[in-house]
Design a protein around this ligand. Structure first.
Ligand code: C2E
Ligand code: MG
Ligand code: MG
Ligand code: MG
Length: 280
């Protein structure tokens, strides 16, 4: 029989909780170290138009852990959000992204490629976020009109006015905004109308089921129609098959991202693939 604690729970529950806390603390310590010791990597995934040309890329962070190997953001972004490490992490992503954009200016193959960076709510809500972006953009000579920031609907829950003001300041500079994972959050259509956005990203959840599920197609059609009526661009995430791509084209979506085109890869590989396309 399991030994009982004062509160009546078997002791193995407490042990499991302690192990979990221990693991989280280890990961937190290691992540803090990783941010300062060059263990983060920006992977890039192409954003492609109907003709198959790469018009942009989304930067997706990875953690090159010395023992655990390459770790996906799903495993450390939530922890980073909880611990506040998302601020130095987000700062690293912003700098690395702007460094790439600055570098790309010198390269005729890359001069037209835009770069999207994911920005977490906590990062965006810093009062001086717009200033930070302007400083980093200037420091790396990144063309702001080639920088897109991806935000999520949850931003609107707490501080719609502050959000709109920061977006306006940055848009004035030339920066674009995309609303990520659209359709999975709770943003009211009234707020959506107020946001100075450029693009809606259709969440992978609606793309995945597009050719299987009777519900997914009308939902995707509605999101695309909504984007049109608000004068916004639309891009579909997680496009894996040509059938999905065709359905999207028929619904009026002409920009795509997904494994059908490429998987997120180190910046150098992304650039190499781009040059190969141009030769073909
Ligand atoms: P997201 O911004 O919605 O990124 C799209 C995710 O879908 C990426 O996962 C990408 O690798 C994956 N994906 C792309 N195409 C396909 C496909 O065809 N099929 C499937 N099944 N998946 C596809 P990833 O790289 O694991 O990133 C997960 C999430 O982590 C991102 O979702 C974003 O919310 C967050 N994230 C990634 N990088 C950053 C970052 O630099 N900063 C912040 N704050 N969050 C980030
Ligand atoms: Mg994104
Ligand atoms: Mg997304
Ligand atoms: Mg997502």
């Amino acid at each position: 029989e399991a030994k009982r604690l004062g509160d009546g729970r078997p002791q193995f529950f407490q042990q499991a909780q302690e192990d979990e806390l221990e693991e989280r603390l280890t990961l937190e310590r290691e992540l803090r170290h990783a941010i300062d010791h060059d263990e983060l990597r920006l992977y890039l995934q192409a954003q492609v138009n109907e003709a198959g040309n790469t018009i942009g890329a989304e930067a997706l962070v990875r953690w090159q852990h010395p023992e655990r190997g390459m770790i996906s953001p799903g495993h450390f972004i939530p922890l980073a959000e909880q611990t506040g490490l998302i601020l130095p992490l987000g700062d690293w992503v912003l700098k690395e992204g702007c460094r790439l954009l600055g570098e790309w200016r010198q390269d005729p193959r890359l001069q037209h490629v835009k770069l999207s960076l994911n920005v977490s709510v906590r990062q965006f809500q810093q009062p001086d976020f717009a200033d930070q972006v302007m400083t980093v953009v200037a420091a790396y000579g990144a063309p702001p009109e080639r920088l897109t920031l991806e935000l999520t609907e949850s931003l609107l829950l707490s501080d719609p006015e502050g959000t709109i003001n920061k977006m306006k300041t940055l848009r004035h500079l030339g920066v674009s905004f995309a609303l990520d994972d659209f359709g999975t959050g709770y943003s009211s259509l009234a707020y959506l109308k107020l946001l100075p956005l450029d693009t809606l990203k259709i969440d992978i959840a609606f793309v995945r089921d597009l050719t299987l599920d009777m519900q997914a197609k009308p939902i995707a059609a509605t999101i695309i129609a909504l984007a049109e009526s608000l004068g916004l661009g639309i891009i579909a995430e997680g496009v894996e098959t040509d059938d999905q791509r065709l359905v999207l084209v028929n619904l009026g979506c002409h920009l795509f991202q997904g494994f059908l085109f490429d998987r997120p890869a180190p910046a150098l590989d992304f650039v190499k693939a781009l040059s190969a396309d141009h030769v073909a």
